[in-house]
Ligand binder design. Structure first.
Ligand code: ADP
Ligand code: MG
Length: 332
């Protein structure tokens, strides 16, 4: 069996309020093996970023707490680490790519210096070796004239180029896990496609375990080995790309799949949208949290919350739904 790089068990993250804890995630569990890319997909507000911030322990700085659960990274428990210990892990063994490349880069240092600095701190390289490695990393992520570009500042580069720099910086220390939270969402559509191409190529070449967060099922289809569908703070379905796309078991997944724009669609035809909207934290309905929006809701769904269970004969394909099978599983 492949080694588990990351194992998240029963992760409950919340924001303490006078009247109690506002839970943003509720007993979230998943794992990522060496070389694997897991995509967490779900609408905005489903708890994807909160989950990633908890793994990186940056949630502490956002007013949140890990109320329950374990996060095991390469055998080490992260939930109990001090921030000083996390500082050594973050950026070296656990790399991050965020939505907005500009906020991840320091405006007053050249991009080459920023990558080199990280190599000097984490890998103890001397200035010259670190600079050469920085240039090499810029080449790897497809930045033309890397030697010249390395001396430029973030404001001299386009958003797409800056995101390439951020990716180069994330990869420079040869991390065991990359967490990328909506890495293409802030970019123009054509640039998005180029960055996705880059991520796919790097995935093939480097096989670094990756947690990729996206609200876009199309992106997940292209990038993921496994997919976890998140809704209102819980994982409602999890499986391989094939399982989730070909035989979805949760009506929410079916809704997301139906909302993917397709090339063969009549121009101007209306895109499917799931009726209703995601509940805010602290406003969860009783029973299944998706039932108010579910086209298949039965009386049981109003009362009892289903747990995430494997399908018969399919250990790895889990769904949290009372339905025995979704009528018309076709996603169209
Ligand atoms: N700092 C915070 N304080 C209070 N609530 C928050 C905070 N950050 C996120 N939330 C809430 O937690 C829920 C999940 O947010 P988030 O993880 O950002 O969703 P996603 O990344 O899936 O769009 C949302 O309802 C959001 O409003
Ligand atoms: Mg988010």
């Amino acid at each position: 069996m492949a080694k588990k790089i990351l194992e998240v068990r029963d992760l409950t993250v919340g924001f303490p309020r006078e009247h109690g804890l506002l839970k943003a995630t509720d007993h979230v569990s998943f794992s990522i093996e060496e070389g694997q890319t897991l995509c967490i997909v779900g609408e905005s507000g489903s708890g994807k970023s909160v989950t990633s911030m908890a793994i990186m322990r940056l949630i502490d700085y956002a007013g949140g707490i890990i109320a329950e659960g374990k996060i095991t990274f390469d055998g080490e428990e992260l939930t109990t680490k001090k921030q000083s210990e996390m500082n050594r892990i973050r950026g070296e063994r656990l790399a991050m790519i965020f939505q907005d490349p500009m906020s991840a880069l320091n405006p007053v240092f050249s991009v080459g210096d920023q990558i080199a600095e990280s190599l000097r701190i984490h890998k103890g390289m001397n200035a010259k070796d670190a600079w050469n490695k920085a240039v090499e990393m810029l080449k790897l992520v497809g930045i033309p004239e890397a030697e010249i570009r390395a001396k430029q500042y973030p404001f001299e580069m386009s958003g797409g180029m800056c995101q390439r720099v951020v990716i180069a910086m994330a990869l420079a220390c040869d991390p065991e896990l990359i967490i990328a939270d909506e890495p293409t969402t802030a970019l123009d559509v054509t640039i998005q496609a180029q960055i996705l191409d880059l991520l796919r190529r790097l995935k093939r070449e480097l096989r670094t375990a990756t947690l990729l967060i996206t609200h876009d099922m199309g992106v997940a289809a292209e990038m993921a080995d496994r997919i976890a569908v998140m809704y209102a703070g819980t994982i409602v379905e999890e499986g391989t790309v094939d399982e989730v796309f070909r035989t979805p078991r949760h009506p929410y997944t079916v809704g997301l799949l139906r909302s993917i724009p397709r090339l063969e669609e009549e121009p101007g035809s209306e895109l499917y949208t799931i009726q209703g909207s995601i509940p805010g934290i602290g406003e969860l309905p009783q029973g299944c949290r998706f039932h108010p929006r579910c086209p298949h809701a039965m009386s049981r769904c109003f009362i009892e919350e289903p747990s995430l269970l494997a399908a018969k004969g399919k250990e790895g394909h889990r769904a949290a739904c009372w339905l025995e099978g979704i009528p018309e599983v076709s996603t169209r």
